[in-house]
Design a protein around this ligand. Structure first.
Ligand SMILES: C[S@@+](CC[C@H](N)C(=O)[O-])C[C@H]1O[C@@H](n2cnc3c(N)ncnc32)[C@H](O)[C@@H]1O
Length: 323
């Protein structure tokens, strides 16, 4: 059964975050709110699009280098804690290999979306019935801190894959990884999936598909506000827009109001004004160079063990250890 940590206030947190974000200039809402049941389904479609190279790249790394990754994890039994696990599509390649090789570990997927955790657990029961799975429903640090308070001294291997780290700014990533380091013990490890800087056309194509799946994924945020927070967004009056800055490595998704309009959101008792062509920033997908990844490891108190690249060098899974 999924352990639901103190998420009773999750709807309230969503409402407060929307209120605060839509009162800012420029307007901003966190991409973590993309993932309701509909958002999870749309993201799974995105992962199957050939243009969304991130999935294929990381899948290839795990498929071709699973034994090399296993060799670096050491002999002690461990808890494999995956932050933002999603549907576990790629992780299952490693889970299957570790299980086949008789490695002693428990899998603890963490996700803010309960629906995706349920899907993951059901599929693992069928595909890997002997794997010990203990899902944790909640936000990354809320869950990690609760685990620490339980005084769990088992070795931890943290997976933070799929370039989830890219949703944080560089500064936020640095403090996120330092805070993670503080919660770990010497010998604990982190496998971090990071999307690398590359041809800007390839990056833009990944977030701007012609079929409009990414647009539907992003605009689902407005549908979610309508459904859960009693909003009256007329979604057809908004559009998805994507940019990539090759200097900073920032890929940004915006929702843009096509007309001047007022939107009422009942749960926060607010009427929000939009100018024509006013934008809400909804997602950052930060791209890094290899040197920047190595510097992140050092500055957050980890030692880099090994970098695993895909054959196109589009993506990196970087394995770090807490000293
Ligand atoms: C882009 S998907 C990636 C899923 C998976 N890591 C992969 O590589 O396929 C991001 C996942 O992280 C979860 N997530 C986003 N922000 C989160 C947060 N603050 N705490 C917990 N989970 C979060 C989402 O619900 C979603 O399932």
């Amino acid at each position: 059964m999924t352990i639901t940590t103190s998420l009773a206030g999750s709807k309230k947190a969503f409402a407060l975050s929307v209120l605060e974000g839509l009162q800012r200039t420029p307007k901003q809402i966190s991409s973590k709110y993309f993932y309701d049941e509909n958002g999870d389904r749309l993201f799974q479609q995105i992962m199957r699009m050939p243009s969304y190279y991130l999935t294929d790249s990381e899948y290839e790394i795990f498929d071709l280098q699973k034994e090399a990754i296993l060799r670096q994890l050491g002999d002690r039994p461990f808890d494999l804690i995956e932050l933002g696990a999603g549907d576990g599509l790629k992780t299952k390649v490693l889970l299957r290999h570790l299980s086949q090789k008789g490695v002693s570990f428990k899998y603890r997927p963490v996700d803010i979306s309960s629906s995706v955790l349920d899907t993951l657990q059901t599929s693992l029961r069928e595909e890997l019935p002997n794997l010990e799975v203990a899902p944790l429903h909640g936000e990354y640090f809320q869950v990690l801190e609760e685990l620490q308070q339980l005084g769990d001294h088992q070795k931890k291997v943290i997976f933070f894959l799929g370039a989830n780290i890219g949703n944080l700014t560089r500064e936020e990533s640095q403090s996120f990884l330092s805070r993670l380091n503080d919660l770990l013990s010497p010998g604990d490890m982190l496998l971090l999936g990071v999307d690398l800087k590359k041809d800007p056309a390839i990056i833009l194509e990944a977030y701007n598909d012609a079929e409009g799946i990414t647009a539907a994924f992003n605009l689902n945020l407005l549908h979610r506000i309508n459904r859960e927070l009693d909003g009256n967004f007329e979604v057809e009056h908004f559009k998805h827009w994507e940019t990539y800055n090759p200097l900073s490595g920032e890929t940004k998704s915006y929702i843009i109001s096509k007309v001047q309009q007022e939107v009422e959101i009942g749960a926060i008792s607010s009427i929000i004004h939009f100018d024509a062509w006013e934008a809400i920033e909804v997602e950052l997908s930060q791209k890094y160079s290899v040197e920047e990844v190595e510097s992140l490891a050092k500055k957050s108190g980890f030692r880099l063990v090994k970098n695993f690249f895909d054959s196109s060098r589009y993506f990196i899974d970087s394995l770090w250890i807490k000293q």
